[in-house]
Ligand binder design. Structure first.
Ligand code: MN
Length: 228
């Protein structure tokens, strides 16, 4: 056993539907990957290259757990997303090979302190504190691609307190999953355990304490949390 001078952090893991758990290494997130969301954020969605930001692995919040309203923000936004789980690493992955690197999928939420993100954007500062805060990544059970295949179309939807807030189709992603993996793997060597949040469709909005968020990705599953 290594001579750690403080207790080592626990491995973060997401339960797999049907048993087992998926250990998480890093969380990558794609920005502005649905045209209507890019427009509502004030950008031109005309296939500008994909860009990425990150959250720490321990920002994950497992399904059905309460999400504490984060500090230093008055504008907590939901972003409903499909999450890709990498099972086999690699660099410079070809689009044609990309899906072989995917272990599975989950439904997730890229929760955002929009006020902090907007302030950072305005000053050209990093987004980390707007995006990568504690509990900022609620995630549902992981499902293996071996069981469900690789969803490229299908409903992606979020309800808040039972009312539909975001609804779209996976087919509307600007950069699909193989393209995203290929692009990201040219920037970093992907590793087993990496997650990729693939971006949100339009109609992001604020949530308040007491709100219940329930999201679904057709063919993948669901994610649920309550803001407290
Ligand atoms: Mn997002």
């Amino acid at each position: 056993m290594a001579d750690f001078v403080i207790p080592p952090p626990a491995v973060v893991a997401v339960p797999v539907a049907g048993g087992g758990s998926f250990p998480v290494r890093r969380i990558f997130c794609v920005g502005r990957n649905y045209a209507e969301h890019a427009r509502e954020m004030g950008s031109d969605p005309d296939r500008e290259p994909p860009f990425f930001f990150m959250k720490p692995a321990d920002a994950l919040l497992l399904n059905d757990a309460d999400m504490p309203y984060p500090p230093q923000s008055k504008q907590l936004h939901h972003e409903m997303e499909m999450v890709v789980a990498i099972g086999e690493g690699g660099a410079d992955i070809a689009e044609a090979d990309a899906l072989k690197h995917v272990w599975g999928y989950a439904a997730g939420l890229d929760m955002t302190r929009r006020d902090l993100q907007n302030a950072a954007k305005k000053e050209g500062k990093p987004w980390d504190m707007g995006k990568g805060f504690d509990h900022s990544a609620p995630i549902g059970p992981m499902v293996p691609a071996a069981k469900i295949g690789h969803p490229a179309t299908g409903l992606i939807e979020l309800k808040v307190n039972g009312k539909v807030r975001q609804t779209s189709d996976l087919a509307k992603m600007i950069w699909n999953v193989p393209e995203t993996i290929a692009y990201l793997s040219r920037l970093v060597r992907l590793a087993p355990g990496d997650l990729i949040f693939t971006g949100t469709p339009e109609n992001v909005a604020a949530v308040e304490r007491g709100d219940v968020l329930e999201g679904v990705v057709e063919g993948v599953g669901s994610v649920r949390t309550r803001i407290v």
